[in-house]
Design a protein. Structure first.
Length: 511
């Protein structure tokens, strides 16, 4: 039993600014009859002869629909009317062409973790990439091909089982391309760079449904754009990335919980430890949260910090000595193979951070160093909410990430659309909203913390990593404040996506 899928969408609005002067191609010809009320059945009937067997179609009446449209955050939930899960690149082309013929908006979905508020503006057909999840290590063992729907966890596992690693995001649940098309930060960036820095080539279905190769030698202008601003240009059906031998047998991890009274010492030690982008290369990653732990205290958040080192405990502990000297409520450590590092840092599939279905109100500022005054203000703000709004404070967290960044720094910033190579600390304010009446308060808190981070770095502009951005910032905040970047991206939009079909993820050209 399937209910009607109603496409009462204003499909053609927002296109006008880009069509002026040009002759309208077939795919945006105004239809003699606008397909406003299309049913899942109709889509199924009309598309089934054009796609490969195994392609799945779900409508709101299907039992699986909720599962297939489930997302990490309800804050930016797109309005999905029908879900299609292709099995081949040719299916993606066929679906895009079908959508164009019928004036239906489409959106590719990878891991379902996108937080950009702009996603909320989407209404139409979701192209889920999950069946395009093949991985194939190439004969020379220097690279592998990945399907456009591959997710971090299985990528780490598959490669590790065969003696390889590559650059990924840190959380197992995130899509390789959702992350990688915007850069992609992770534990291997100090050694090998961002996800996008290791992409050799991409196979891309453009807005008109045509499939092309994008690399240094093929559509090289688009290759520049897709490594940093890629969500705006096409649907990647597969991609080739560098891979590397697995390296040391184990990584050392050390997790600390400190009380707030030590905050200044902790941040001073972190600033010294990173020394403005000079983090020891194997000191791969630390993530620190202000978060409530009522088993310790319900008065204020604690500082929960987790460090991982690529190599043995003795080397790591030498570097961690300044942190060991700070009196901790809890200090635990161990050594695990790389494939288990996500688990010990609380970023694996079953960690709370990967859980779907909450409403997250976020803000972010990419920093160079921590300002101790600022961090104290932010901590005290959290402490106030712990008293005034315990339900809002309960699951909220304020995240501080520090990476080893040598390989990211080494790459010429002009060589791709990723703009922020001289920022070292990714932050994320994340209020988990217990019920809708808390949303205004959460938004005010998110803005307050963002403003505090900004006030703590006078003279610097808001750098909002495109994948952590709330979507409430501006295009230069996501894509770089040098005007040539936006100019170049806009001219590439005119060339490759003249009708702005890809405008739902922190759009270069506002919808
Ligand atoms: C819990 C959590 C952990 C995170 N950890 C990290 C991290 O370690 N490092 C990091 O850099 N970022 C991280 N992020 C941010 C993450 O990069 C973004 O949220 C990203 O958008 C998620 O991608 P997705 O595929 O999971 O989400 P989706 O919502 O499925 O996709 C996000 C956007 O990417 C587009 N997209 C997805 N697949 C394709 C494709 N094949 N072709 C074209 N476009 C595509 C979608 O159209 C959408 O616009 C994290 C986010 C969360 C919520
Ligand atoms: C689409 O369906 C809705 C609900 O069934 C109906 O109210 C509306 O008039 C229909 N629109 C068109 C253009 O047929
Ligand atoms: C969807 O269903 C699959 C298989 O039944 C399950 O493994 C997966 O966790 C579900 N996903 C969500 C987001 O609920
Ligand atoms: C740190 O933050 C405070 C408060 O916003 C600000 O006044 C000060 O200038 C900042 N210090 C530095 C070194 O940027």
């Amino acid at each position: 039993m399937r209910s009607l899928v109603i496409f009462s969408l204003c499909f053609l609005s927002g296109l006008s600014s880009l069509v002026s002067g040009a002759s309208v191609p077939r795919y945006f010809e105004s239809q003699p009859t606008t397909r406003r009320n299309l049913t899942t059945e109709q889509v199924r009937r009309e598309l089934s002869s054009q796609v490969s067997p195994g392609t799945l179609i779900f409508g709101p009446g299907d039992a699986e629909f909720a599962n297939r449209t489930s997302r990490w955050t309800g804050f930016s939930k797109p309005d999905v009317r029908v879900v299609i899960e292709p099995v081949a690149e040719s299916d993606v082309s066929a679906i895009v062409k079908y959508c164009n013929r019928n004036s239906i908006d489409f959106l590719a979905i990878g891991g379902g973790h996108g937080l950009a508020y702009s996603l909320k503006r989407f209404s139409g057909l979701q192209i889920s990439m999950r069946q395009l999840n093949n991985i194939a290590i190439q004969k020379n063992s220097k690279s592998a091909w990945f399907g456009g729907g591959t997710v971090v966890g299985p990528v780490i596992q598959y490669l590790h089982d065969r003696g390889y690693v590559t650059t990924t995001g840190g959380c197992e649940c995130v899509g390789m391309l959702g992350a990688g098309l915007g850069g992609g930060h992770g534990r291997y960036e100090g050694l090998y760079g961002l996800i996008s820095d290791n992409i050799v080539q991409l196979r891309v279905v453009l807005a008109d449904g045509k499939a092309i190769v994008v690399s240094k030698s093929s559509n090289s202008d688009l290759f520049w754009a897709m490594r940093g601003a890629g969500h705006n240009f096409g649907i990647v059906t597969s991609f080739e990335m560098n891979i590397f031998p697995v390296g040391p047998k184990t990584w050392h991890w050390h997790n600390y919980i400190w009380r707030g009274k030590h905050l200044e010492r902790v941040f001073a030690a972190i600033n010294a430890f990173h020394n403005n982008g000079k983090t020891p290369i194997n000191m791969a990653f630390e993530v620190g949260n202000f978060v409530m732990d009522t088993s310790i205290t319900s008065e204020e958040p604690v500082l929960f910090w987790s460090f991982v080192y690529r190599g043995p405990a003795d080397e790591a502990e030498k570097l961690l000595a300044p942190f060991n000297a700070i009196d901790a409520v809890s200090s635990t450590m161990g050594d695990v193979p790389y494939s288990q590092v996500a688990t010990v840092q609380g970023t694996s599939w079953d960690s709370p951070i990967c859980q779907h279905g909450n409403v997250h109100v976020t803000s972010t500022v990419f920093l160079q160093v921590y300002n101790l005054t600022t961090e104290r203000q932010i901590f005290e703000g959290f402490k106030r909410r712990a008293k005034s709004s315990p339900a809002l404070a309960a699951q909220s967290f304020i995240m501080h990430e520090g990476y080893s960044t040598e390989a990211v720094d080494k790459i010429d910033a002009a060589s791709s659309a990723y703009p922020f190579r001289s920022d070292y600390h990714l932050t994320l304010f994340d209020a988990v909203v217990p019920s809708p009446e808390y949303e205004p308060e959460a938004r005010a808190w998110a803005a307050e913390v963002r403003d505090q981070w900004m006030a703590g770095q006078p003279g610097r502009k808001l750098d909002a990593y495109v994948n952590y951005a709330s979507g409430l910032e501006t295009a230069p905040d996501w894509y770089g404040h040098e005007s040539w970047r936006i100019d170049r991206l806009k001219s590439l939009k005119a060339k490759y996506d003249p009708y702005n079909r890809f405008r739902y993820y922190n759009p270069i050209i506002a919808a």
